[in-house]
Design a protein around this ligand. Structure first.
Ligand code: GLU
Length: 290
């Protein structure tokens, strides 16, 4: 057994909703290199909360692709570890406890407005126009501050949102991109922490897990910078220590479009079938400065 020589704890947190592509591999490579350089531990967390898009065969494919590329992790669903379980689907009690804490502190509220109501209220043209981010929740939809909250109940059938502070900036220093700032209420509003189909939101699950697993630095794609601001508010609300953040530039295809799981041509599976080797891929990453 190799003992870590530092307290650095990094993580890879893939979602099994499709095959991993070159963009994921590059972000994971940066995460693995930073953990290695720091003499720390790398944790693999399987983010399998999205029951609609999640597929069991993608979990196996994901682990196999990562191993094929030569990644190793010291803790994870396949190897265990002190923070087990490492499958988010088995960590529900952690998320419920956090939700209970937010509820007891009066920091969340139930929301019965649909996404369509929200888009109409803010005058957004139509669903999905221009952004894949959650629309800014209108303040007039909020219940008054201090209004008594209904109990959470055993099974949740309504969306619950975090009440973000009124105005003000939230900032952090990103390890790759430097100083990052967002204006609360303008760049994002009261956001989902639990969905009415009784599933915790990505924001809540991710912050709760990174805190519970003692992650000291989160390395992930730059598309998640906006999520980082939200997660910082969750850490604050839960009185947990936030990790450091390092966001990686996103990889684009030849037309400048961000790589997504639908880009099957650049999936690791396809490249492998074409005879591309792990060392070809890693040599390409090493040659780039990212
Ligand atoms: N599971 C998320 C994804 O695959 C990444 C979450 C994170 O790194 O915070 O997009």
């Amino acid at each position: 057994m190799v003992f870590p020589v530092s307290s650095y704890r990094g993580r890879l947190a893939p979602s099994p909703t499709g095959h991993l592509h070159l963009g994921h591999a590059r972000t994971f490579w940066v995460a693995a290199e930073r953990a290695r350089a720091a003499g720390g531990v790398l944790v693999l967390r399987n983010e399998d909360l999205d029951a609609v898009r999640f597929r069991l065969d993608f979990v196996d494919a994901m682990l196999e692709d990562l191993r094929w590329l030569g990644f190793t992790w010291q803790e994870g669903p396949d190897v265990g570890g002190p923070c087990a379980p490492y499958n988010q689907s088995a960590r529900r009690s952690h998320y419920r406890a956090a939700l209970g804490q937010l509820h007891a502190a009066g920091l969340i509220f139930p929301c019965t407005h649909s996404r369509r109501d929200v888009l109409e209220a803010i005058g957004a043209p139509h669903e999905g126009a221009g952004t894949d981010d959650e629309p800014v929740y209108p303040r007039e939809f909020r219940p008054p501050a201090g209004a008594p909250l209904p109990p959470l109940g055993e099974k949740i059938t309504v969306n619950w949102r975090l009440r973000v502070p009124d105005g003000g900036e939230i900032a952090f220093t990103d390890g790759r991109f430097g100083e990052q700032r967002a204006v609360v209420g303008r760049d994002f509003g009261d956001f989902l922490v639990w969905r009415k189909d009784d599933v915790p939101s990505y924001q809540l699950a991710c912050a709760v897990d990174d805190a519970a697993m003692g992650i000291t630095e989160v390395v992930r794609g730059a598309d998640l910078i906006k999520s980082t601001f939200r997660q910082l508010l969750i850490y604050r609300a839960l009185r947990a220590t936030a990790p450091a953040f390092y966001h990686c530039p996103l990889m684009t295809d030849v037309s400048g479009q961000r790589l997504a799981k639908r880009h099957d041509a650049l999936s690791l599976r396809t490249l492998r079938a074409q005879g591309v080797t792990p060392s070809d891929i890693l040599a390409k990453f090493q040659a780039e400065t990212c």
